[in-house]
Design a protein around this ligand. Structure first.
Ligand SMILES: *Cc1c(COP(=O)(O)O)cnc(C)c1O
Length: 394
């Protein structure tokens, strides 16, 4: 995308839409249509042949969806963007596009549960193998590279341990071997972290989270080089078919307008809360990327604009105590997902990471005492009051 505006805060509101092209409508019109009519048979022929620009059928493109795609491209500093019906549709479309049978992937130590499930599926069906790496330095990554390695797949900050990976370092390690670096940027949103600017090749999102921000849409986004995005559009999106609905695209465009404002508030609230949590006698450890005593704080400072709205912490106690704490909360809701206006809390060991065998889960640092908090937009004092009464009861 050609950059039209200098500032992110302006792009989230304006990029990809011109009111004058739509009868002056301030809000982007919702093109809730499955198909587009041709004026003549020849026009239909020309559109299919690619000789004439224009829409054909909503699985191949829709104006409301297109506005969202152009906007995410601008926000990630990408040549182009593409939207999907879920974050996993984005992850699977990108991976299916990059790998063929027998290829190899290097992954960050800690992946979204269903992404891990997808890698297992690729292994079982197509003999695509993968290795985990802590990715603490180039050497650690390079020693895993084989001739059939095609992709390095990274999440940072890692869910729910909040360890971080230096994306510039990963890109350097990959460049020499012409391996694509894919980053799941869901936890940061493009407001806090822009992986393509740091040299990575493809960025993707569960737009369900911060990009939507209001807990009412499941959707995915990806952005990267024009040629790669075009390939996704014409293969793994068009032919596998995980498209977004125009209405969901419209809701995401609406949510995006407030992304910078929301992220600032999420971050401010999280800062207050991690400090309070650290002081509480029932809390053992607190993991927050914006905490100067976090072991990867230097990476956060290098590549993120702020610590974001997610905090993990371990209580002093047992799994039962962790569950008792959840059950004692009133304002804070027990739910997976994140990035919403409402503060959400979940127990990774029995929820998001329950599928991981216990020894492997503990190796990843996900204990029975760990809780993950998605800090919402409420007054931080109210969130703390609720957490504190829960912690006091342990
Ligand atoms: C939620 C999530 C996904 C999956 O996204 P869906 O929209 O639920 O399909 C992928 N990666 C991360 C980091 C997530 O948090």
């Amino acid at each position: 995308m050609e950059k039209k505006f200098k500032h992110f805060e302006t792009e989230v509101i304006h990029t990809g839409y011109e009111a004058k092209d739509h009868l002056g409508s301030l809000s982007i019109p919702l093109f809730q249509t499955s198909t587009f009519t041709f004026e003549t048979a020849e026009q239909g022929e020309n559109r299919f042949a690619g000789r004439e620009e224009g829409f054909i059928y909503s699985r191949l493109g829709n104006p409301t969806v297109r506005a969202l795609e152009e906007r995410i491209a601008a926000l990630e500093g990408a040549e182009d963007g593409i939207a999907f019906g879920s974050g996993m549709a984005a992850v699977s479309a990108v991976l299916f596009s990059l790998v063929k049978a027998g290829d190899h992937i290097i992954c960050s130590q800690g992946l979204y549960g269903c992404t891990f499930g997808l890698l297992e599926l690729l292994k079982e069906k197509f003999n695509v193998t993968y290795d985990f790496s802590p990715m603490e330095n180039e050497q650690q990554i390079k020693q895993l590279i084989k001739p059939e390695t095609v992709c390095i797949y990274v999440e940072t900050p890692i869910n729910p341990t909040m360890r971080m990976i230096d994306l510039e370092m990963v890109s350097r390690a990959a460049k020499e071997h012409r391996i694509s670096v894919v980053v799941d940027n869901t936890f940061s949103s493009p407001y806090l972290q822009q992986p393509l600017i740091l040299g990575c090749d493809i960025v993707l999102h569960s737009a369900t989270k911060y990009i939507c921000g209001h807990g009412d849409v499941v959707a995915g986004l990806a952005a990267g080089k024009k040629e790669f995005i075009r390939r996704l559009a014409m293969t793994t999106l068009k032919d596998i078919g995980g498209i977004i609905s125009p209405f969901d695209a419209w809701l995401l465009l609406r949510g995006l307008k407030t992304l910078p404002v929301r992220m600032d508030r999420h971050t401010e609230n999280a800062k207050k809360l991690y400090e309070k949590l650290k002081e509480h006698r029932a809390v053992e450890n607190v993991y927050y990327p914006g905490d100067p005593s976090h072991r990867d704080y230097n990476i956060m400072q290098k590549q993120m604009k702020g610590g974001g709205g997610l905090i993990s912490f371990e209580i002093k106690g047992t799994k039962k105590d962790a569950q008792r704490l959840l059950n004692s909360l009133h304002l804070v809701k027990i739910a997976v997902s994140l990035g919403d206006a409402e503060t959400l809390i979940q127990h990774p060991a029995t929820m998001t990471h329950a599928v991981i065998p216990e020894t492997q889960r503990l190796e990843m640092g996900i204990t029975d005492q760990m809780l993950r908090l998605s800090v919402g937009l409420e007054a931080w004092e109210d969130i703390w009051e609720d957490l504190q009464q829960g912690l006091d009861s342990i």
